[in-house]
Design a protein around this ligand. Structure first.
Ligand code: C5P
Length: 254
């Protein structure tokens, strides 16, 4: 028996939950419903994201962080869409920033959860293999794990100026050393709790939980992400997401 194996006294030492912040308004997508409630292939984006987490056999609880005041509506929505028998879920109201929303989700976790995934509702199509790879890396001992991809574009750091004005370039990081990070990000629960307790909300708050862990000085590792884990942010992303869904449906038929 390896030291990580379950013992009879502790049958599920790595019980895993996924926290899904879904309280954003989605302003960059244009006018309409909160982003997580917009449909893709006729199904709300949030439901795709919940199913993507529940597809992993490792995930036994999904905590959805709903728009403030929208928790009853979100709960009804999840009730209308079947989840696997093994998956429990909770809905809690969110906050003003993503950082506050994630914190509210973490605060709702039951005591027996030791591994926590944080997954944006805005990444509805992440494949289950990516979810499993993140959970596996945490279970093998990494306190914080981030799926990420190399960049196609070269990136420049600029001095931000007024919209539409030319902006001076400050530097050009070496592209081969850069990664675009995705979710779900996976954490040893204590590490994530310490990060959220130790980093105050500043302005719009942290956009990335792993970045908060880095600020604690704890190690963060990257595992391969997936191109279908992209974030639905702008109108063109909706077209791409519909195309990915159509391709999956066509492939399922054959
Ligand atoms: O705005 P952005 O695309 O970075 O949001 C990432 C995720 O954080 C989305 O799933 C969004 O619903 C969520 N969010 C939240 N609470 C906020 C703002 C964003 O749960 N106040």
């Amino acid at each position: 028996m390896s030291p990580m194996s379950p013992t009879p006294a502790d049958p599920r030492p790595f019980r895993t939950a996924a926290v899904i912040p879904a309280a954003g308004r989605g302003v960059r997508l244009g006018p309409g419903a909160p982003k997580a409630l917009r449909t893709l292939g006729g199904t709300p984006m949030l439901i795709h994201a919940v199913r993507a987490m529940a597809a992993s056999r490792a995930v036994s609880l999904v905590v959805v962080v709903a728009p403030p005041g929208g928790a009853p509506e979100v709960k009804n929505l999840i009730d209308e869409h079947a989840l696997p028998e093994r998956t429990d879920y909770l809905v809690v109201p969110g906050g003003e920033t993503r950082q506050e929303s994630v914190k509210l989700g973490i605060d709702a976790l039951p005591p027996d959860i030791s591994v926590v995934l944080v997954h944006d509702a805005a990444r509805p199509l992440v494949p289950v293999d990516t979810v499993d790879a993140v959970v596996e890396a945490v279970r093998e001992g990494a306190p914080a794990v981030v799926p990420a991809l190399p960049l196609a574009d070269t990136v420049k750091e600029v001095e931000p100026g007024p919209p539409g004005e030319p902006e001076p370039v400050l530097s050009t990081p070496v592209r081969a050393r850069l990664r675009a990070v995705q979710t779900p990000q996976g954490f040893d629960r204590d590490t994530l709790v310490r990060a959220h307790a130790g980093v105050a909300v500043d302005g719009d708050g942290a956009t990335d939980d792993a970045g908060m862990v880095e600020r604690l000085g704890s190690p963060v590792v990257v595992v391969p992400g997936h191109e279908e884990a992209f974030k639905v942010t702008r109108p063109l992303d909706l077209i791409l997401a519909e195309a990915v869904l159509a391709r999956r449906r066509a492939n399922d038929e054959f």
